[in-house]
Design a protein around this ligand. Structure first.
Ligand SMILES: [Zn+2]
Length: 162
């Protein structure tokens, strides 16, 4: 895996939100950035009961989440046709490119690949041909997509549990 710094910038998306964009061309298989944040559990998120906090958090284990880091990694958007995925190796959680990326491209991952818990859903307007419109946990993905994502190594073990 190639590791590099300074590859991304924060910018505005066409959906009037913030997103993370490639500052330069990035090769397939690059660990683009490392996720951070306070490690919290489901109960903590439920007690906060804040959509903003939940939307800036990510699941990283069966009952383990990164709360908002207030850094650039909070702003990576979902896509149903992603160009990156999340790789969890021990304590390190990295965003890795699935293919070569061009300077200026927005980076995204399929949120469903890291979500195992039930109860969180989000509307999607990513505009992909295969847009699922409602994003939930991994088990709700079409079988074909699940198989493909697992084959490509895009799905942490805990999310694959039935
Ligand atoms: Zn979509």
């Amino acid at each position: 895996m190639i590791r590099a710094k300074g590859l991304v910038r924060l910018g505005n998306t066409k959906h009037k939100g913030k997103g993370v964009f490639a500052k330069i061309d990035i090769k397939k298989g690059t660990a683009i950035l490392e996720f951070a944040g306070k490690v919290v559990d489901r109960k903590w998120l439920e007690e906060k009961n804040s959509l903003r906090i939940e939307n800036h958090s990510m699941q990283i284990g069966p009952n383990k989440f990164f709360g908002p880091s207030k850094k650039i990694d909070d702003y990576i958007n979902h896509s149903c046709n992603p160009n990156c995925y999340v790789e969890i190796k021990g304590r390190r959680v990295m965003l890795v490119s699935l293919r070569n990326l061009k300077q200026g491209e927005e980076l995204n991952w399929d949120y469903s690949t890291t979500i195992w818990h039930d109860g969180w859903t989000m509307r999607c307007h990513c505009g992909s041909k295969n847009c699922r419109h409602i994003i939930g946990n991994f088990s709700y993905l079409p079988e074909k997509t699940k198989k493909k994502y697992i084959r490509l190594g895009m799905v942490p073990k805990y999310a694959q549990r039935p």
